[in-house]
Design a binder for this molecule. Structure first.
Ligand SMILES: Cc1ncc(COP(=O)(O)O)c(C=O)c1O
Length: 361
């Protein structure tokens, strides 16, 4: 079967499985915040309509300053991007024809971006049997001669968070070997306040590059907004490389409002904590494996029948639930299903279907 490359494509899956178009599928395959977009956004976009008549400020000064303020860093350490995806490709361009390390399973676009810019990639793998622990010693041994290490924290698809001490060791070694550490923090806003992002480390580590996206938290994949935070010298080069007016006027107008809405982020974290507790408690009772995730998705597998993941995928589809296959995440071989955390009612439907699967098995 030709599986789609990304989640969030129920129509493509229906076509692949020759399913009736009318059949409704609850989409647990995408990892967007089900609480969003914030209710005020539609009106704010309508009110910003006039901005589309003009070219946006090419430096995006107001929204960049707002991001810098929000992150408590200097404005010249920030560059806005057309979503997290552009941030990944811009950074890859910076290391064009260099050598990189990528730790799998992880977001597919690092590899694609590296290929695009003729970067020679060496693959490393999280320790699956050890709850996707980062193989720090293996990485340290390979940093020499590498220009860049790509990490995703929290990681997509496992939702796991690399401990701060591991990142620190890698950054220290990277300083010696001349290796940059790119940390994609696209899901960092979902983390509890007790697990902060790495922005405050930029001052001590000029070899640290952070990638952000507003897509996931605010449920705005169609608007396209993200940013890069790094040392000024890197940011200046990246800005030179960026396509002019890469960020559209509408989203540029609403960035400040998004960042001001801390209540929305707090509400999301409260919902996530409540629903994660409920889901993981039930999955444990039903004897399913779930990765030690701190965000709005996790890897799922049946502990009793770990080899029947594909059968489980089809069973869930038959029961109106779409999860994300993991065939194209290196190292996972399709053995898990990436499953989003959704609204209480939707999560109840998922758990009821898993209970039914358990009763049949
Ligand atoms: C880890 C990670 N980084 C970046 C992105 C890209 O985000 P955006 O839609 O803002 O380009 C995604 C999207 O799935 C992602 O999972």
């Amino acid at each position: 079967m030709k599986w789609p490359n990304h989640g969030g494509q129920p129509e493509a899956i229906k076509q692949l499985l020759c399913m009736n178009d009318e059949k409704q599928l609850l989409d647990f395959s995408a990892n967007l915040n089900p609480l969003g977009p914030p209710t005020w956004l539609e009106e704010a976009l309508t009110n910003s309509y006039e901005t589309i008549r003009r070219y946006p400020d090419p430096a995006y000064s107001t929204s960049s300053a707002m991001v810098a303020d929000h992150e408590e860093i200097e404005p010249d350490k920030v560059s806005l991007t057309n979503g997290g995806a552009e941030a990944i490709f811009l950074v890859a361009k910076y290391f064009e024809q260099g050598k990189a390390l990528i730790v799998h399973p992880t977001f597919l676009e690092y590899e694609r971006a590296c290929k695009h810019y003729h970067i020679d990639v060496e693959d490393i793998f999280y320790e699956q049997a050890n709850d996707f622990k980062l193989p720090v010693e293996t990485i340290l041994a390979k940093l020499k001669n590498k220009n860049v290490l790509f990490l995703c924290r929290p990681n997509n698809p496992s939702g796991t968070v690399i401990p701060e001490e591991d990142i620190k060791v890698l950054l220290e070694e990277g300083k010696k070997t001349g290796t940059y550490v790119v940390v994609d923090e696209a899901f960092v806003d979902f983390l509890p306040a007790s697990i902060p992002g790495l922005t405050s480390w930029l001052a001590a580590y000029p070899n640290l590059i952070l990638l952000r996206s507003l897509t996931k938290m605010y449920t705005i994949p169609g608007l396209r907004i993200g940013y890069i935070m790094a040392d000024t010298a890197i940011i200046n080069v990246l800005k030179e490389e960026q396509i002019p007016w890469s960020i559209n006027a509408l989203v540029n107008a609403i960035v400040p409002k998004l960042l001001e809405d801390s209540r929305f982020v707090e509400q999301t974290r409260d919902w996530l904590q409540e629903q994660s507790n409920y889901i993981y408690r039930t999955l444990k009772q039903l004897n399913f494996y779930f990765s030690d995730s701190n965000v709005n998705f996790y890897l799922l597998r049946d502990n009793i029948q770990p080899k029947r993941t594909e059968a489980l995928f089809y069973f869930l589809v038959e029961n109106g639930i779409l999860t994300r296959h993991t065939h194209n995440f290196k190292g996972l071989r399709g053995e898990f299903l990436r499953t989003a955390i959704r609204s209480k009612e939707e999560n109840e439907q998922l758990l009821a279907a898993l209970q039914k699967w358990r009763e049949m098995s």
